[in-house]
Design a protein around this ligand. Structure first.
Ligand code: PKZ
Length: 229
């Protein structure tokens, strides 16, 4: 029996918020996420006394309670309006409202090719002073998925293969992805992440699939590049 695992195109939420309002809200949400990201870094690195930690915690709990006075019943989802603007503020890599996501701007330099530069700080540590291998995989999955999709079609990760060639130090990093091959609903993407100007730390190959329940191309929908699957 064919099983689409419960996911359909209908899970992308049509939300008729005017684009200028989306952009105003996005700025405000991003600014808060930036501050919360700073809070995460400070929480990891602080050496203040225990009673000061407890006092800060009480204030943070108060802030959480204020935000919860009005909130969505579940995750943010992927939304779009009929002007072609889409937004995905909860996405784990590029979500503008997600303080867990490193602040990443993926640049698409033509269909089938993309790159991004970002700084991965203390919150992304695995081996001492190094980027966690799962974080590299996460970042690569996102840029590879976006590259496969090109925001023209919906793609999902089928198989991701990673080769960790050398440890990646925390700090500024660069990743790149390009479509290597494409046949029907199957798109092979190659990518890498590393210190800019140095040999790749992690190399990746991924098979991305346009699900059988999704159209082969969605260009007529005109979704902007901030849409995510
Ligand atoms: C709307 C407008 C656009 C806007 C939108 C833009 C979005 C742009 C941003 C995206 C950026 C997101 C970046 C994060 C990307 C994730 O994180 S996606 C989340 C992780 N991945 C998943 O959850 C996928 C889970 N798996 C599934 O949902 C389903 O198994 C799949 C992958 C959709 C495939 O299901 P299906 O379409 O029903 O395919 P199926 O008929 O089973 O198989 C078709 C063919 O593919 C092969 N195949 C199936 N599964 C696999 C697999 N896992 N590996 C290898 N081959 C496979 C089959 O063997 C078969 O091959 P052939 O026999 O035809 O040769």
């Amino acid at each position: 029996m064919h099983d689409n695992l419960g996911m359909t195109m209908g899970m992308f939420i049509h939300d008729e918020v005017p684009t200028d309002e989306v952009e105003r809200r996005e700025k405000a949400v991003s600014a808060l996420a930036d501050s919360v990201r700073d809070l995460v870094d400070a929480t990891i690195r602080t050496t203040v006394a225990d009673d000061e930690l407890a006092a800060v915690r009480a204030e943070v709990d108060g802030l959480v309670a204020r935000l919860r006075t009005a909130q969505l019943p579940g995750p943010a989802g992927v939304r779009y309006n009929s002007e072609g603007r889409s937004w995905n503020w909860g996405n784990a890599v590029v979500g503008r409202g997600n303080a867990v996501a490193p602040p990443v701007d993926i640049v698409h330099d033509g269909f089938g090719s993309a790159y991004a530069e970002m700084t991965l700080g203390a919150a992304y540590e695995g081996p001492p002073g190094m980027v966690h291998g799962g974080v590299s995989a996460l970042m690569l999955d996102q840029i590879m998925g976006e590259t496969a999709s090109g925001f023209r079609r919906l793609t999902m990760t089928g198989t991701l293969t990673l080769r960790y060639r050398r440890p990646l130090p925390l700090g500024p990093v660069r990743m790149e992805a390009r479509i290597a091959h494409e046949e029907g609903r199957k798109i092979t993407v190659e990518a890498q992440i590393g210190v800019r100007g140095e040999d790749a730390a992690v190399e990746a190959t991924g098979l991305f699939l346009i699900p059988s329940w999704a159209p082969l191309a969605e260009t007529e929908q005109g979704w902007s590049r901030s849409a995510e699957g």
